[in-house]
Write a protein that binds this ligand. Structure first.
Ligand code: GRF
Length: 219
């Protein structure tokens, strides 16, 4: 069995795509054992509970006046790492998890954390990306990249699944898809098209990692 923990902050449509793939045997021996959200209202938690998959809400608490924000964050990350570690995941998937995780968290799961990002990222950590048609566009990082793509008037964007390293929205790329931006697009229509591609991509990557894992090969 290849164990997967999924961290979310929102609707969890990518999580649902993974559940659906698991149900039809499309993830090999992989199984999602845990879903964690930093937000209580993340619908993905309900998706997990409806299937009797463990679901945890681990909120980042406000920092008390006069206290060190870093200490609050470190304590929250330690709690998060402890809960995720208890489920002994082979893979931790950040599927719309809107918090940045520090090296202290990542060292609990070396090379085991992957993230999906709703834009194209370069493989060299640089500031631009070359599309398949030879177009050079800015590498969009952060939490507002769908809006950024429209604001910059780009004709192309996309989505990326990558391994997570201490550098934000960086790390070895596992899969990407390009999405043309249409003249009539607004943030909603563009994000919906990106998410349709993201759901296919995350299933493809998780299947590949799960089936190529030495753990799985050895049974
Ligand atoms: C995805 O676009 C992901 O890349 C972004 O948040 C969205 C998550 O969507 N970071 P959902 O919660 O899986 O529906």
């Amino acid at each position: 069995m290849y164990r997967i923990a999924v961290l979310i902050s929102g609707s969890g449509s990518n999580l649902q795509a993974l559940f659906d793939a698991q149900d039809v045997g499309d993830l090999g021996a992989a199984e999602i054992n845990l879903v964690v959200s930093d937000r209580a209202d993340a619908y993905g938690l309900q998706r997990a509970l409806q299937r009797d998959v463990a679901a945890a809400h681990i909120p980042l608490p406000p920092t008390p006046a006069g206290s060190d924000r870093r200490a609050t964050r470190a304590a929250w990350e330690a709690r998060l790492a402890a809960v995720v570690s208890a489920f002994q995941p082979d893979l931790v998937v950040l599927a719309g998890f809107m918090r940045i995780l520090s090296p202290a968290f990542l060292q609990h799961f070396p090379d085991r954390v992957i993230n999906q990002h709703p834009a194209l990222l370069p493989s060299d950590g640089g500031e631009t990306v070359m599309t398949s048609t030879g177009l050079r566009i800015p590498a969009l990082r952060g939490a507002h990249v769908v809006d950024d793509a429209l604001r910059l008037g780009l004709s192309m964007t996309g989505c990326t699944v990558h391994r997570v390293t201490p550098r934000v929205d960086d790390g070895p790329i596992l899969a990407q898809a390009e999405i043309p931006i249409l003249p009539a697009d607004d943030a909603h229509s563009l994000h919906e098209r990106i998410k349709t591609a993201e759901r296919q991509l995350i299933v493809q990557v998780v299947r590949q990692l799960a089936t190529s894992s030495p753990l799985t090969a050895q049974g």
